[in-house]
Ligand binder design. Structure first.
Ligand code: SF4
Length: 338
């Protein structure tokens, strides 16, 4: 590995690790020009840094490094059963960025990746071409492109939300979902909305947001971003996922729904998804065995075939409350729950 150069502006990343092959891509130049003050280190393969042994996900979160790489192999994956399919049978996800600038205590990425460093794959065009091929084959296709990161939160570093929105515009039968907790809607305010691009906000009750969603914007900011997205003409989805139970959940959830619909236009809400906290068993095992001590991973969970999830009675209670409150503002056919 060899050092490229240091620059002169403030940077949130002390180091940028850059695959040699990534240097050929204009996006790499665009990103590196924003971090003149970071040390640039050339690497052969991002996994040298990202998957090396004995890393601490939570410790690295205190000083995240940025890795720029070229994606090889598979670009699209069939979504697992633990994800909402919103009624689409051809439901896939893709990950042009690995890891997230936020640091939610309950985040499944802690069990999925050995590192919390951010990886941006700079060959976005390859992703879009793969989606285009699959769309041509399936005709109807739903692509979630922000499940293992928060694309909108990353938009000022790498403008991928707009790439996906621009790409899907006019492609009948293709739906692209950008899921976010970001308030960064201004980053795409000049983008022409697309009928088949959905901006999907994850919203939690204030107690959960303040306790477990470190670094993410507060609820008011997220709701204001949704409001603005609607005004700009974007299709907006509400995601209450994961629901986490605590004393006072019902009262706070009721107030949350009132607050949301006092501020956004219910007639322009595409739909809403509800899901309780659940995590694949493999990820939970990784989390518990590598010294991650977020309390949420040590509560009691029911063990299913492939996932750990909250107890059935608590799950039913939370889902019933959420459906009841949402039904006051949205028709039943717009409410999806797992
Ligand atoms: S916003 Fe989502 S992906 Fe990002 S840290 Fe939170 S749970 Fe993880």
């Amino acid at each position: 590995m060899s050092s490229l150069k240091s620059g002169f502006r403030f940077s949130p990343f002390s180091h940028l690790y850059i695959e040699e092959k990534a240097l050929e891509y204009p996006i790499t130049r665009e990103i590196t020009s924003k971090f003149l003050n970071s040390n640039k280190v050339l690497i052969g393969d991002y996994r040298e840094v990202f998957t090396r042994p004995r890393q601490s996900f939570n410790l690295q979160k205190k000083a995240v490094k940025l890795i720029l790489a070229v994606k090889k192999g598979e670009f699209l994956f069939k979504a697992p059963e633990v994800c909402h399919d919103f009624g689409f049978s051809n439901f896939y996800y893709t990950s042009p960025i690995l890891n997230c600038p936020y640091n939610c205590s309950y985040c499944f990425l802690k069990g999925m990746y050995p590192s919390s460093n951010l990886v941006i794959f700079v060959n976005i065009q390859d992703y879009l071409e793969e989606i285009e091929k699959l769309w041509a084959e399936k005709k109807n296709l739903y692509i979630a492109c922000s499940y293992e990161t928060d694309l909108l939160a990353m938009e000022r570093i790498v403008p991928y939300s707009r790439r996906f929105i621009d790409f899907c515009r006019g492609k009948k039968g293709l739906i692209i979902e950008v899921r976010t907790k970001s308030a960064n809607i201004d980053a795409i305010k000049d983008v022409l909305p697309a009928e088949n691009a959905v901006l999907s906000w994850t919203i939690s009750t204030p107690f959960i947001a303040e306790t477990y969603e470190k670094n993410a914007p507060g609820i008011e900011k997220r709701v204001m971003a949704m409001k603005k997205a609607q005004e700009l003409g974007f299709r907006v989805r509400l995601c209450f996922d994961p629901l986490i139970y605590y004393k006072g959940f019902e009262e706070e959830f009721y107030k949350l729904i009132e607050y949301i619909f006092d501020n956004i236009d219910k007639s322009k809400v595409m739909d809403a998804g509800i899901g309780v906290f659940r995590i694949p068993k493999e990820y939970m095992k990784n989390i518990r065995s590598c010294g991650i001590y977020d309390e949420i991973f040590y509560f009691y969970y029911e063990e299913g075939k492939k996932v750990f999830s909250v107890e059935k009675s608590i799950k039913e209670k939370m889902v019933n409350i959420a459906v009841r409150e949402l039904s006051k503002f949205l028709p039943q056919e717009k409410i999806f729950y797992l």
